[in-house]
Design a protein around this ligand. Sequence first.
Ligand code: GTP
Ligand code: MG
Length: 137
Amino acid sequence: TNRTFTMIKPDAVADGFTGPIIQQIEAAGFKIIALKKVQLSSEEAGKFYAVHAERPFFQSLCDYMCSGAIIPLVLEKENAVEDFRQLIGATNPAQAAEGTIRKQFARSLESNAIHGSDSDENAAIEGAFFFTEKELA
Ligand code: GTP
Ligand code: MG
C-alpha cells in the first residue's frame, strides 16, 4: 500500500460536508493515518501552493485557503495517489464526473471542496507540512 495527502478545504468544512466526505473516503477503501483541523495563515497557504505562485489566481487561492478551517488527512490504500484523484474528480466541479466528491460537494473551480496530492513525492512533502513523523508512524 502507499499513501496520499488530502485536505478538506474551507468551503466544504463551512458547508458542513466534513462528515459525508470522510464517509465516502473510507467507503472507497482509504484508511485514515492522520487527521486534524487547522486554519492556515496567508503565509502558510502561500507556502503550500508555492508551485502556483506565478499563476494569476494565486493570491485569490491563498485568501480562500486561509478563509476558514481546513481538515488535512494522510490516507493509505493500494495505488493511493491515483485512486484518490479519481475519487475527488476534476479540478473544476462543473467538469467532475457524477459521484465524485467535487461533483457532489464543491462550490466552484476555486472553492472545490478538497485537495489530492498529484504524486507519491508530493504526498510525502504535503503530509510532512501538517503532521509530525510521530503522527505519521
Ligand atoms: P489540488 O488538489 O487542490 O492541488 O487541485 P488540482 O490538482 O486539481 O488543481 P491545481 O493543482 O491545478 O490547482 C490548485 C487549486 O487552485 C485548485 O484545486 C483550485 O482550488 C485552484 N485553482 C485551479 N485553477 C484555478 C483557476 O483557474 N482559477 C481559480 N480561481 N482557482 C483555481
Ligand atoms: Mg494540484
